[in-house]
Design a protein around this ligand. Structure first.
Ligand code: NAG
Ligand code: NAG
Ligand code: NAG
Ligand code: NAG
Ligand code: NAG
Ligand code: NAG
Ligand code: NAG
Ligand code: CA
Length: 509
């Protein structure tokens, strides 16, 4: 008989919380508990599960940087005209007066009823030189986005803008989405909307005209990056099947990384003008003003923590399962009995903890096995040839198991893996993870594709013949950045060779 005592534990954790630290609430739901006590035949023992912190408003924990640094209005004081009326020029910005200042913090404060508080840039005095502003949000911590990013503009939505992300603390950047009144003109990209995306083009970077078209900014001030619509491609329209999404996230690193960030950057390239012509006599009508930025997410703790603390201006996971590091990304010092691995969402709903195990269990057994092994070493090992790296021991009496495999002879699979000449992660089934394009799911671990297709789920059309023979105009495949001229030249030069070996659709999975 097993009784779960997770409630007691929650109380225990609550007691551990220090007043100086801000804890996210650990509400009940999927993956909110890292361990629970159970009564079994051996007495009171622990059960370990995959766990993650609750999603929270991440704007409370970021650092904002503006480039250029002096782009905020008010130094020197300036007077603005309303965009819709050039004769209404009684809006003042003065950095030295609290009521008239518009510092960056006002993008992250709590909006009361009225009046809205907003950050505002200087006006477009240097027209026709572009009015460029970068707003960088840094967490110094990996974050997993759980909801749409929403920006609210108070002076009309920008006519051109790029949202970028970094996964390496700002060292490198990738676009997330392009926004323009005219995508072709601004970025030489076909306009698309998130509704055009499918499971296979989900990671495509698109340019959208949805958030800047027309002069209706009075009614809709928001610009979004649609996380939920993307989730819905796996989890269904009302996200009722999160299990399917979690299953996908577990097995698909690209997908997981797509929603993971350490920094965001909003590149404002052209303010709202409300007209095709810029009124050069009244440039104080053109500026950027943002009243609110929403970023919902959770600390990435590799499924080894259900709580993340903000202490001394720093976010970090409260690691369980004997892991450590800001993201619980390694085993604690004396718990390196096996290689670290992230927890797994599978099997749903409790996942697999993949705890770190004590290092000192190793040497004791090793001594005994090796003293036996001196006389009779090879037979003594007999490691499973499929599950282990080699059928021989590693010299001290241990079989070295391949990924996903466990047991003294590497003959068993870790949860989430299935045996098929070794342990393979679950790739396909006949429900949510269907093989595409006529492929057949074999033992849940691979798709057997028809001759025209390749890829994990047979999602890639093979292109044996001429350039452009695959995909077609709306195949929806855009590389992370619009194709560059050197890249196109390279493709033309190497094209036939590349196309013979690789498919022309970049693999999603
Ligand atoms: C910001 O500073 C740069 C040089 O430091 C200067 O050229 C620019 O005019 C300043 N911009 C504003 C709006 O004051
Ligand atoms: C903003 O970031 C881009 C790179 O993403 C950079 O080229 C540019 O110089 C930065 N600063 C401004 C003011 O645009
Ligand atoms: C970021 O976090 C690391 C520790 O995780 C710390 O050493 C570093 O100083 C932080 N950087 C900034 C800019 O806060
Ligand atoms: C420009 O704005 C000023 C107020 O700053 C206003 O007096 C003037 O009439 C406007 N000019 C035009 C051409 O609209
Ligand atoms: C981790 O280490 C502690 C002692 O430091 C132990 O009580 C606990 O059971 C260990 N195992 C896991 C999976 O947390
Ligand atoms: C190792 O062998 C010794 C005696 O040879 C024994 O006392 C000890 O319990 C063994 N340890 C393990 C972990 O089997
Ligand atoms: C053999 O494997 C064990 C367990 O993983 C490890 O502790 C030991 O260092 C390995 N020995 C050699 C010689 O690689
Ligand atoms: Ca505000």
């Amino acid at each position: 008989m097993r009784f779960h005592l997770a409630l007691t534990l929650q109380a225990l954790w609550a007691g551990v919380c220090q007043a100086a630290m801000q804890h996210y609430p650990a509400a009940w739901g999927h993956y909110d508990v890292c361990k629970s006590q159970v009564y079994s035949d051996e007495g009171l023992t622990w059960d370990y599960m995959a766990c993650q912190p609750e999603a929270a408003d991440m704007t409370q924990y970021l650092k904002v940087t503006l480039d250029p640094p002096n782009i905020t209005c008010g130094d020197p004081p300036e007077t603005y005209c309303a965009l819709e009326n050039p004769y209404m020029c009684n809006n003042e910005c003065d950095a030295t007066t609290d009521e008239l200042a518009h510092p960056p913090e006002l993008m992250f404060d709590t909006e009361g009823r009225n009046p809205t508080t907003f950050w505002q840039s200087t006006s477009w005095k240097k027209y026709p030189k572009a009015l460029l502003v970068n707003i960088t949000l840094s967490w110094n911590k990996t974050i997993e986005l759980t909801d749409d990013i929403v920006l609210t503009f108070e002076s009309g939505r920008p006519e051109q803008m790029v949202l970028e992300k970094s996964l390496d603390y700002g060292r490198s950047w990738q676009p997330y989405q392009f926004y323009a009144t005219d995508c072709l003109d601004a970025f030489t990209m076909e306009p698309k909307t998130v509704q055009d995306l499918t499971q296979h083009t989900l990671l495509d970077i698109i340019c959208t005209e949805d958030y800047s078209r027309g002069y209706v900014w009075k009614n809709d001030k928001t610009v979004r990056f649609e996380i939920k619509d993307r989730f819905a491609l796996f989890a269904g329209p009302r996200l009722h099947n999160m299990a399917s999404l979690y299953g996908q996230l577990d097995t698909t690193k690209n997908l997981r990384d797509f929603f993971t960030i350490t920094d965001l950057r909003i590149r404002l390239l052209r303010p709202a003008t409300g007209a095709t012509m810029v009124d050069e006599n009244n440039l104080s009508r053109y500026f950027y003003a943002i009243s609110d930025i929403k970023v919902q997410g959770r600390c990435k703790c590799n499924l080894h923590a259900n709580s993340c603390v903000y202490d001394k201006e720093k976010l970090s996971c409260e690691c369980e399962h004997n892991t450590t590091g800001p993201d619980c990304g390694r085993c604690k010092k004396s718990y390196q009995g096996r290689a670290w691995s992230a927890g797994s969402y599978l099997p749903i709903p409790k996942g697999t903890a993949n705890t770190c195990i004590p290092s000192n269990i190793g040497p004791v057994i090793r001594q005994n096995v090796s003293s036996l092994g001196v006389a009779n070493r090879k037979e003594e090992c007999n490691c499973n040839p499929f599950g282990s790296v080699s059928d021989r021991c590693n010299g001290t009496g241990f079989c070295i198991c391949k990924e996903g495999t466990t047991g003294p002879k590497c003959q068993q699979c870790l949860p989430g893996y299935l045996w098929d000449d070794g342990c393979k992660s679950r790739v396909c089934d006949n429900e949510l993870l269907r093989c595409q394009n006529g492929g057949v799911c074999v033992n849940n671990v691979r798709c057997s594709c028809t001759s025209d297709y390749s890829g994990l789920l047979c999602e890639n059309h093979r292109c044996e013949s001429e350039l452009g023979g695959c995909g077609g105009p709306d195949s929806g495949q855009a590389p992370l950045t619009p194709p560059s001229l050197p890249g196109l030249l390279l493709l033309l030069l190497l094209g036939p060779a590349l196309l013979r070996d690789a498919s022309c659709w970049p693999a999603l999975l």
